[in-house]
Design a protein around this ligand. Structure first.
Ligand code: GDD
Ligand code: MG
Length: 366
């Protein structure tokens, strides 16, 4: 089975994590995000994947290579300019089989693609969308269905008065290649706004999926995804590395402080005496946690350094970020790659610092 992953968006909502790395390969827990998608696809019989890149394509290729590390054939197509979701599929057409699974490249899920493919076959659909229930459909594509699973209406980013169901497009659909005949090549096309609506009652079906599903496209949801993976709320191989206390500590890590699971401590990490790492935290390669520091529910990416007696809670520290002593960083804050925080700063309320920004001692207090 073949899959096409749409991964050409700029990931603006996930900045500054995506300021230096394209969204599909932003590190999540212990691997580039898209590796979770590749594992999920392989579990459902996908052996051939085309990744549609726009933004920083070589960054994606450099990390994922030819797919041999994932047991999947991986190829890349690079658009000359952003063509929109529909335009990107059309652009990849020369590489596509007659039937292809199309995936949005920012979704962490374990929904049953095998059952979705079976329904597609059974109904003779041209496109079968996986549908998932969400609390607030306004950021998604809302789907109204008939009893037989046929789609009655597709509304991308519905306004509040249009919301009368919580089922949305999960960003995973089976597509018959002939659908692409109707897509123009000379301009950007949104598959959600321009293609799906024309297929309503004309071959567009919905498969109601269940299981874990999350679009990781904002810092809050990225952090949520990290927590859910550690908790085992989504099916991944990560918990396989846990010991009896739900902690995975790399052999080369030096831990003098305390680590409370579930947590993941990468190679070469050093956790000083009196430090506490707790509550679904991930520490990437070579991270250093100073004496008496407390890290809780956070993601600390490769090479970041946390000074003594600093608290980091529900926050994301980019690669190589350096935090001085006695800082407090919490409330969904994201520090970009290489940010330097002097001592005694307090950042909260979703503040985002862009790569390589440097703040002197005591510069910010809330
Ligand atoms: N190659 C390419 N070119 N990829 C693109 C382009 C483009 O021009 N534009 C967007 N993409 C990719 C993004 O990288 C992402 O993986 C996927 O297409 C969807 O784009 P988003 O920008 O993340 O869309 P969204 O999250 O607002 O909405 C989409 O996903 C929802 C589910 O998460 C829609 O498909 C909704 O209908 C859906 O409910
Ligand atoms: Mg998205």
């Amino acid at each position: 089975m073949q899959a096409l992953i749409l991964a050409g968006g700029e990931g603006t909502r996930l900045r500054p994590l995506t300021s230096t790395v394209p969204k599909p390969v932003v590190p999540l827990v212990d691997r580039p995000f898209i590796a979770f998608m590749l594992d999920w696809l392989r579990r459902h019989g996908v052996d051939d994947v085309v990744i549609s890149c726009g933004f920083m394509a070589s960054g994606v290729r450099n990390v994922l290579g030819d797919g041999s590390a994932f047991g999947i054939r991986l190829r890349y197509v690079e658009e000359p300019r952003p063509l929109g979701t529909g335009g990107a599929i059309k652009f990849a057409e020369p590489l596509l089989d007659e039937r292809v699974l199309v995936l949005n490249g920012d979704v962490l899920t374990d929904i049953d693609l095998t059952a979705q493919l079976a329904q597609h076959e059974r109904t003779g659909a041209r496109v079968t969308l996986a549908l998932i229930a969400v609390d607030d459909p306004s950021a998604y594509g809302l789907v109204r269905r008939d009893e037989d699973g046929g789609v009655r209406e597709f509304l991308e980013k519905p306004s509040p008065d249009q919301i009368d169901t919580n089922l949305v497009n999960a960003g995973a659909y089976v597509l018959e290649r002939e659908v692409l005949d109707a897509i123009p090549t000379e301009r950007a096309v949104s598959v959600e706004r321009e293609v799906f609506p024309t297929l309503v009652r004309n071959g567009l079906y919905g498969y109601e999926a269940s299981g874990y599903w999350l679009d990781i496209g904002t810092p809050e949801r990225y952090l949520q995804a990290s927590h859910d993976i550690l908790d085992g709320a989504v099916e991944t191989s990560v918990p396989e590395a846990f010991d009896s206390r739900n902690v995975a500590i790399a052999d080369s890590a030096e831990v003098q402080g305390r680590v409370v699971g579930p947590a993941l401590v990468g190679p070469g990490v050093r956790i000083a005496a009196g430090a506490l790492v707790s509550g679904r935290t991930v520490l990437g390669r070579g991270v250093e946690i100073g004496e008496g520091a407390h890290i809780d529910g956070a993601v600390v990416l490769d090479g970041a350094v946390v000074g003594p007696h600093t608290t980091v809670s529900h926050a994301i520290l980019g690669p190589g970020a350096q935090l001085g002593a006695h800082c407090r960083v919490d409330g969904g804050v994201v520090l970009g790659e290489g940010v330097v925080l002097g001592a005694e700063n307090h950042l909260t309320a979703g503040a985002r610092l862009f790569p390589n920004v440097s703040l002197p001692d005591g510069a910010i207090k809330f």
